[in-house]
Design a protein around this ligand. Structure first.
Ligand code: PLP
Length: 457
């Protein structure tokens, strides 16, 4: 059944829009301090935010405090945080072990720009988890993917790169192509156009980027056949269109095709890296890329990234053939936070417990869906989950675009007024951190049940 027997899809959408309208009015009323703060910020920061992802209408909540799994805004509204910094805070807000490590490091200095022992300690820890011998730290996921792509080009002496439609890999020019293209511009589903996501990207850059659908191994083979592609960069599980899982055999086929045509396979594990399970999606799914990029949750809330890979490739950085630079790379404060995250906060046991808790939450939400017959389903990968507003699974960006955004937005608005903080873009997912209690995690399901009851009443 696609919708409840007595209710048509158009009725559900009409109800969703009515809920959205009511909830928007409530939101405006209960977040007046955020409105004032945003109006001030708009005078000095474009859109009033430090990163355009943070902007939404009528104004974002402006936060004054976060700890554990909770955040408090400037109006003193409290939220259970399921966004967790777009998934960066698997350790929770200011995990005690991370805090202690950072406080101790403050006494030793914050920036040396000459090596410290923590650099190698963190690289060893990443090596243990992800099975690659050599690593370099960066300051963000964007830097990690930018540097990994340059390294792939240096290794292969080729210029083109392939990415999937709907895939996000940071904000450097060559990956800001077809992140969320309008369907009118996107071309055929099986051979999408390369659509720049921003003004300011040169035609030369766009021409170097080939876009293919996710979960389509023949499409990859077609574009690699000329043997002029340096790398295929892909999230093993797409986590920028809800959660989009690889179909059985897809990643294995991708691995084989990349090897066949001499193209380096880069797994962008910036989002999956630590939240998928120990050793990331690479280990959980059992397919090994040539290079891997990490960021977000490995830093326990501090700005870090890393890329690593096979020694024969990383060796080009050692010889200086490929340059990798950065004043803040490996800064001791962030390395101390990363080490504490990997060794004390997000241990194997803590990860397992968070994933088990997430499974209980996902099952509770799926039961609500099954009992009501609404056109939705849950998806889980590790400690992350989402509700996707369609009956059929999402296999790629075009499927994602066919999900119902009116229902998704109404749920988001309904949730935020009840202390459920989710990422604003509807294209993300929730994260259960190692600091979410059972009650905190399950609050999501309780509020979702309320929403569904109203939607289907
Ligand atoms: C898969 C993926 N790669 C790279 C990035 C870029 O990371 P950062 O925002 O740290 O630059 C993101 C950010 O959301 C991401 O989701």
């Amino acid at each position: 059944m696609s919708v409840t027997d007595s209710t048509t899809m158009s009725e559900l959408v009409a109800r969703a829009k009515a809920i959205t309208e009511r909830e928007l009015a409530i939101y405006t009323e209960r977040t007046k301090g955020s409105q004032v703060a945003t109006e001030r910020a708009r005078k000095v920061l474009p859109a009033g935010v430090p990163s355009s992802f943070q902007a939404y209408d009528p104004h974002p909540i402006v936060v004054k405090h976060a700890s554990g799994s909770r955040m408090i805004d400037v109006d003193d509204n409290e939220y259970v945080d399921y966004d967790m910094g777009f998934g960066a805070l698997f350790a929770g807000h200011m995990h005690p072990a991370v805090r202690k490590a950072v406080e101790e490091q403050l006494d030793e200095g914050t920036l040396y720009v000459t090596p410290c022992e923590l650099d190698a300690e963190v690289a060893e820890l990443l090596g243990d988890r992800y099975g690659f011998p050599m690593w370099r730290p960066t300051n963000s996921g964007t830097e990690a993917t930018m540097d990994a792509i340059r390294l792939a080009r240096g290794v292969t002496k080729r210029e083109k790169l392939v990415k999937v439609e709907g895939g996000y890999h940071g904000h450097h020019d060559e990956v800001m192509v077809s992140n969320k293209p309008a369907l009118a511009d996107a071309g055929p589903a099986d051979a999408p156009f390369s659509v720049p996501q921003s003004a300011g990207i040169t035609q030369g850059t766009i021409d170097d980027v080939i876009v293919i659908p996710y979960n389509d191994a023949p499409a990859l083979e077609r574009v690699l056949a000329n043997r002029d592609v340096a790398c295929f960069i892909v999230e093993p599980v797409m986590e920028n269109i809800g959660i989009c899982l690889p179909e059985p055999g897809y990643l294995e086929a991708v691995r084989e095709i990349c090897t066949k045509y001499g193209t380096l396979l880069i797994f962008d594990e910036v989002k999956t890296g630590i939240t998928a399970g120990l050793g990331g999606a690479t280990t959980v799914l059992g397919v090994r890329p040539d290079l891997i990029t990490l960021a977000k949750s490995i830093g326990g809330g501090f700005p870090v990234g890393a890329f690593g890979g096979k020694a024969e490739y990383m060796e080009l950085i050692a010889t200086g053939e490929v340059l990798h630079l950065g004043t803040y790379n490996g800064n001791p404060l962030v390395m101390a936070a990363t080490k504490a995250t990997l060794t004390e906060a997000c241990t194997a046991d803590a990860i397992e417990a968070a994933i088990a808790l997430n499974t209980r939450l996902v099952q509770a939400c799926q039961k609500i869906i099954d009992d009501s017959g609404i056109p939705a389903h849950t998806v889980q990968f590790g400690a992350k989950g989402c509700i996707t507003w369609s009956i059929d699974p999402v296999r790629n960006y075009r499927d994602y675009k066919a999900t119902d955004f009116d229902l998704a937005f109404a749920q988001w608005m309904h949730g935020i007024n009840r202390g459920i903080l989710l990422p604003p873009g509807l294209d993300e997912q929730w994260l259960i951190s190692v600091m979410h209690s059972e009650a905190d995690a399950m609050r999501y399901a309780d509020v979702f049940a309320e929403f569904v009851a109203e939607l289907t009443a």
